[in-house]
Design a protein around this ligand. Sequence first.
Ligand code: ZN
Length: 254
Amino acid sequence: MRYIDLHTHTYFRSPDDLQLMAVAGIEAVNICAFFPIEPTYGETLIDFFDWLIEEESGRVESCGLTPYVSAGIHPRSIPKNNFDDAANYLLALIDHGKISAVAEVGMDSGSQKEEEVLRIQLRFAVEYDMPILIHTPRTNKPQILNKLLSILEDERVDPPRVLIDHVTPDLVKKVLDFGAFCGLTVQPGKLTPADVAAVLKEHGSKQLVVDSDLGMYPSDPLALPKTAKHLDREGFSAAEIERILYYNPKLLLR
Ligand SMILES: [Zn+2]
């Protein structure tokens, strides 16, 4: 079985964790940008993006994983000053083919500011036909998902270029009907492999993606292989399992 983990923040984890992922069959990881405070200046994000592209990708590769690097301004790390500098730099990275996706972006509190920041980045992504990974929050998820979908529609984003992530089982249908990929995050406090099995049984594998959101909070480098093991024991076919753990992530990163 092969795996691509579409949502990771590898820079918060040790080489041991990354080597473990490689040994377990994870071929590639998408390194998503998330700076864990609101930076004082946009320039902080510029340096952070450069770090991911110039240093972290090499570190990940040296652990046996193929790195895809993404950049984006997360709703919880919007710079207090010089936002335009960070946004213009993101656009330059896209234009120069330095990143694989616009990630991690989205909404958290649902504020007007978050909406503005998201819309700017969606316009960049649409202009360059880039994949987009959208964060959805723990609180008010249904309301904020509705808002996100209406913004995506309004900005004429092509749904198959989008992963709406951290979707809960009750909201899967809404995301699938919209036409986006639906991210199921297997992590303590989010979903379990058993939750994935239930969603897969009800909705099929066509637009589902499982990821770990590996990062600074409790999260499992082996979330994908453990999910595959569980699905196999539940009787799902290898083709279906590989679709949500390898081929769908690959489609998004094409
Ligand atoms: Zn994340």
